[in-house]
Design a protein around this ligand. Structure first.
Ligand code: GDP
Ligand code: IMO
Ligand code: MG
Length: 427
């Protein structure tokens, strides 16, 4: 196989960074193709923990080219800070390239993210619970075709003109609609011009690089950010992000055709988590939920918010298998569930009308009528983190894995049993 897409199957934070890092060692190119610094991908090398937000998770391997594709929204201040921090830890980041088409997150995007969330909370009592990084407003401008792009950032005259045009419009919205404080456009120009000077050396055409690498028989990895249930179309809209984290997004956000994708690996957890607001059918509000949160370290990599926790949901996983065309699954965190006497798995939903649903409902209105149907599976015990083959796992853990596989209709080829890069079992 020479190209693999790695996607999140649940609501994010499934351990995509870990899987990418492991696969990146043998890859020639790693591409991020959607989202921005709303993502937080953890890579653990021995005692060193790296929390990556914009840098692709292959960045630790100097021979692996790391691309930020056109579908990513780039906050230049965050990216430069990440590069500086990595430099301090001995990682050069000379292997980074950023597509000239990538849209840039401007200060008004972060401000509008906050103002819009505050407005929604006041108006309806519930907001999305975004990461506050300006992601939605940046993609909005892209769709409206008034965005500022990587190319503009390194061309000061274009940058000045675009900051004036778009900035004036944004200031009207900030002050007249939200009653907020206008952005200082001259100061923003100076700030962003300086970012452009620093980032110019990374600018490239990621589509050409990825295509030529693939044609030359090299290994290309597409690193998904966010996850299927956060997809703007196939997630729990409107409680989603503003991009396409599903496998198809890898093509659109890089500029390569679907026939160049050889395999799609869905990353999940042996249970489910979610950060931010929105429905979560198998959510736990009891001691088991707290235990999973504490033992699994379920606190946001980007915002530090406690993650909501719940049982594994096979309805969601089947949705992810279909929407992404998954060829296999990598399920992390089997170690976290050890010691829980009885594990529950949601096999289907039952509606208030008594109907049994095997597929994830299309609308939140339908989902609100659903409650999970659970199957109980005997729990397993022991320290799994040292196991290196499937047969070494306790028999009850093996049975849990096999049952998940059956319910999802997709082989689980990688099992996570700890955060370290060697703490996996490949079947
Ligand atoms: P991502 O956004 O999908 O890359 O995932 P995050 O990095 O946000 O969150 C996953 C968390 O789980 C990180 O703290 C990882 O170090 C950790 N992790 C990944 N796989 C495993 C595993 O198999 N077991 C345990 N205990 N932790 C894991
Ligand atoms: P990784 O790549 C988990 C969630 C936010 C919020 C919603 C919209 O680390 O898995 P946004 O800032 O994107 O407009 O927020 O999406 N969200 C994530 N949750 N992991 C992520 O990324 C996320 N990126 C966004 O919490 O509910
Ligand atoms: Mg994360």
């Amino acid at each position: 196989m020479s190209s693999s897409v790695i996607v999140g199957t649940q609501w994010g934070d499934e351990g995509k960074g870990k899987i990418i890092d492991i696969m990146a060692e043998k890859a020639d190119v790693v591409v991020r193709s959607s989202g921005g610094n709303n993502a937080g991908h953890t890579v653990v090398h021995g005692n060193e923990v790296y929390k990556l937000h914009l840098l692709p998770s292959g960045i630790l391997y100097p021979e692996t080219l790391c691309l930020i594709g056109s579908g990513v929204v780039v906050d230049p201040a965050v990216l430069l800070e990440e590069i500086t921090n990595m430099n301090k830890r001995g990682v050069t980041c000379d292997n980074l390239r950023i597509d000239a088409r990538a849209d840039i997150i401007m200060p008004w995007h972060r401000l509008l993210d906050r103002l819009s969330e505050e407005f929604k909370a006041k108006q309806t009592g519930v907001n999305i619970g975004t990461t506050g990084r300006g992601i939605g407003p940046c993609y909005t401008d892209k769709a409206e075709r008034i965005g500022i792009r990587m190319y503009d950032l390194v061309h000061p005259e274009v940058l000045k003109k675009k900051i004036k045009e778009t900035g004036e419009l944004k200031n009207l919205i900030i002050t007249k609609v939200y009653g907020g404080e206008a952005c200082d456009l001259d100061a923003i120009y100076e700030e962003y011009k300086a970012y452009g000077e620093k980032l110019a050396k990374y600018m490239a055409d990621a589509s050409v690089i990825a295509f030529e690498a693939y044609q030359a028989g090299k290994k290309v990895l597409f690193e998904g950010a966010q996850a299927t249930l956060l997809d703007i179309d196939f997630g729990t809209y409107p409680f989603v992000t503003s991009s396409h984290p599903i496998a198809g997004g890898a093509c659109v956000g890089t500029g390569i055709g679907p026939k160049l994708i050889d395999e799609v690996i869905g990353v999940g957890k042996s249970y489910t988590t979610r950060v931010g607001n929105g429905p979560f059918p198998t959510e736990l509000f009891d001691e088991t939920g707290d235990l999973i949160r504490e033992r699994g370290g379920e606190y946001g990599t980007t915002t530090g918010r406690p993650r909501r926790t719940g049982w594994f949901d096979a309805v969601i996983m089947r949705h992810a298998v279909r929407v992404n065309g998954l060829t296999s699954l990598a399920i992390n965190k089997f170690d976290t569930l050890a010691g829980i006497p009885v594990l529950k798995v949601c096999t289907a939903y039952k509606t208030t009308d008594g109907e049994i649903l095997k597929d994830f409902p299309v609308t939140l209105e339908e989902l609100a009528k659903c409650s999970p149907i659970y199957e109980e599976i005997e729990g397993y015990e022991g320290d799994l983190s040292g196991c290196r083959s499937f047969e070494e796992l306790p028999e009850k853990a093996q049975a849990y894995v096999k049952r998940l596989e059956e319910l999802c209709g997709c082989p689980i080829k990688i099992l996570g049993i700890g955060p370290g890069r060697d703490q996996i079992i490949v079947r």
